[in-house]
Write a protein that binds this ligand. Structure first.
Ligand SMILES: [Mn+2]
Length: 413
C-alpha cells in the first residue's frame, strides 16, 4: 500500500500589516491559504500532513489567531489525519518559560509536535511521540518513521553527524527547519550542501522548511532527497517571483515521489518608478500614474500588495510629492491592499558652484538634527536620536511591530 502525505511549511498564520486599512483582509490571506491545503488533504485522503515550521508568524500570537488556527486544524482532527509539526524560528523566538502555542496545540491533539531530547553527551534522542505529554522526537505511521527537529540556529550543519547517529529505524523521514546555502534566500539558519548530504544516507526524504522559495537538493550522485516547499502564500516583499505551493508526496516501494501543487497567492508587485527629470510634482505624478498602469497586471480580482521605490533627480523638493497625493493615484490605478513607498528622489538644486543634489534621506536627517539640537538637554546627541527617530518611523510604516517592540528600541535611562 502506498503512503501519501502533504508536506508544507512557512504558513505564517497571524501575519498582517498592523494599522493598515487592509489589515483584516491580509490577516485572512494566510488562513485561507492554509484552509485550502487542509481541504486538499481531506480530498486526497492523505495519511498525514507535515508542517516544516513557521506555522505561526510570531511566537506570541493573539488569542483570535489561536482560535482561528484550531478551526483550521479541526477538519484534519475530525478526519483522523495526523498533522505532524516542528517549530520554526518564527514560532519560538519569544518563548521563555511559558508553554508555546505549538505545545498547546499538541497537548490538545491538533498537532503532533516533534522536538528531540538531548543526551548528557550532547547527542540527540528521538523518543516515540507521547500523546499524553504532547511531545516526542518521532512518530511512526505505517512503515515510515518520521523524525522531527525544529529550528536549531546557525550551527545546524555541525549537528548533522549527531542527528544521523541517533536514528535507529529504517524507512525514515526527517522534518527539519533549516535552509541550504545557495538555494535558501534567507540569511540565517542555513547549512551547506556538504553538511546536508550525510542526511541522505539515513533519510529517504528530508522535509525542509525555512526558505520561502521551493527547491530540491540532490545527492552528489543525483538522487533528490531534500525538498523545500517554500511558503504557500507570499509572506514578504521579494517573494513576488517565487513559485508558490506545497508537496503532495507518494511513498511506494521505498521511493518518495513529490509533486509541487500550486497555490494562488495574493498578487504582489515590487517596482521602481523612474521619475528622473520631472520638473514639477504634477509632472512626477502623471509619470507615476503612467508607469504604474503599465506594471499592474490585470486579471486577478484581489487587491495587490505594492512596494514602490521612487527614483531619480527631480526639479522640486521631494517632500512635495507627499504620501497623500501618491495614495490618491494608487487607489485609482491599482486599489492596493497595502503599499510601501520608498522615496529615493533627490532634488537637483542649483547653487553658486553649479548643481548639487540632496536626497530625501539627507534632508530628513538635517531637519531632525536641527529640531533635536534646539533642545539644550539633547545637544551632542543629535545623530543618535535622529537615527532612533528614523528607525521607529520605518518600523511603524512597515506595520509589523507592536507598541512594546517599539518601546524596546528606546535606550533605558
Ligand atoms: Mn518562514
Amino acid at each position: 500500500m502506498p503512503i501519501r502525505f502533504i508536506h508544507t511549511a512557512d504558513i505564517h498564520l497571524g501575519k498582517t500589516y498592523r494599522n493598515s486599512p487592509g489589515e483584516s483582509e491580509r490577516y485572512e490571506d494566510f488562513f485561507r491559504c492554509f484552509d485550502g491545503i487542509v481541504a486538499d488533504a481531506l480530498a486526497e485522503r492523505v495519511d498525514f500532513v507535515l508542517i516544516g515550521g513557521d506555522l505561526f508568524h510570531t511566537g506570541q500570537i493573539l488569542p483570535r489567531t489561536f482560535a482561528r488556527t484550531i478551526a483550521s486544524l479541526q477538519p484534519l482532527k475530525d478526519a483522523a489525519i495526523p498533522c505532524i509539526a516542528i517549530e520554526g524560528n518564527h514560532d519560538w523566538i519569544h518563548r521563555r518559560d511559558n508553554i508555546s502555542w505549538m505545545e498547546a496545540l499538541s497537548h490538545m491533539g491538533y498537532l503532533r509536535l516533534l522536538r528531540p531530547g538531548r543526551t548528557a553527551e550532547g547527542g540527540y534522542r528521538f523518543d516515540p511521540f507521547d500523546h499524553e505529554a504532547g511531545i516526542g522526537g518521532r512518530v511512526e505511521i505505517g512503515s515510515l518513521a518520521i523524525y522531527g527537529l525544529g529550528y536549531i540556529g546557525a550551527q545546524a550543519g555541525s549537528h548533522v553527524p549527531r542527528l544521523c547517529e541517533a536514528v535507529t529505524t529504517a524507512n525514515n523521514l526527517l522534518l527539519f527547519h533549516v535552509g541550504i546555502w545557495k538555494y535558501s534566500p534567507v540569511e540565517i539558519g542555513n547549512m551547506t550542501l556538504e553538511e546536508a548530504h550525510p542526511l541522505a544516507e539515513r533519510f529517504g526524504y528530508v522535509a525542509l522548511g525555512h526558505g520561502h522559495k521551493p527547491y530540491v537538493i540532490e545527492t552528489p550522485a543525483g538522487r533528490p532527497y531534500a525538498f523545500n516547499p517554500g511558503a504557500p502564500e507570499r509572506v514578504n516583499f521579494g517573494e513576488e517571483k517565487y513559485k508558490k505551493g506545497y508537496y503532495v508526496v507518494t511513498f511506494q516501494e521505498g521511493r518518495f515521489t513529490p509533486e509541487l501543487r500550486p497555490t494562488v497567492p495574493r498578487p504582489m508587485l515590487v517596482a521602481t518608478v523612474d521619475l528622473d527629470g520631472a520638473a514639477t510634482p504634477e509632472e512626477a505624478l502623471s509619470r507615476f500614474r503612467g508607469q504604474l498602469q503599465e506594471k499592474i497586471e490585470p486579471g486577478d480580482p484581489r487587491r495587490p500588495l505594492l512596494e514602490l521605490k521612487l527614483a531619480g533627480r527631480v526639479g522640486f523638493h521631494p517632500f512635495e510629492l507627499g504620501r497623500e497625493r501618491l495614495r490618491l493615484v494608487l487607489d485609482e490605478v491599482a486599489a492596493p491592499l497595502h503599499v510601501e513607498i520608498k522615496n529615493h528622489l533627490s532634488q537637483a538644486a542649483r547653487t553658486a558652484e553649479g548643481s548639487s543634489t540632496r536626497s530625501l534621506a539627507e534632508i530628513e536627517r538635517e531637519v531632525l538634527h536641527e529640531l533635536i539640537g534646539a533642545h539644550e538637554s539633547l545637544q551632542g546627541r543629535e545623530e543618535e536620536i535622529a537615527r532612533l527617530a528614523l528607525a521607529i518611523r520605518d518600523l511603524v510604516l512597515k506595520g509589523e511591530v507592536d507598541d512594546e517592540e517599539l518601546l524596546a528600541l528606546l535606550p533605558e535611562e
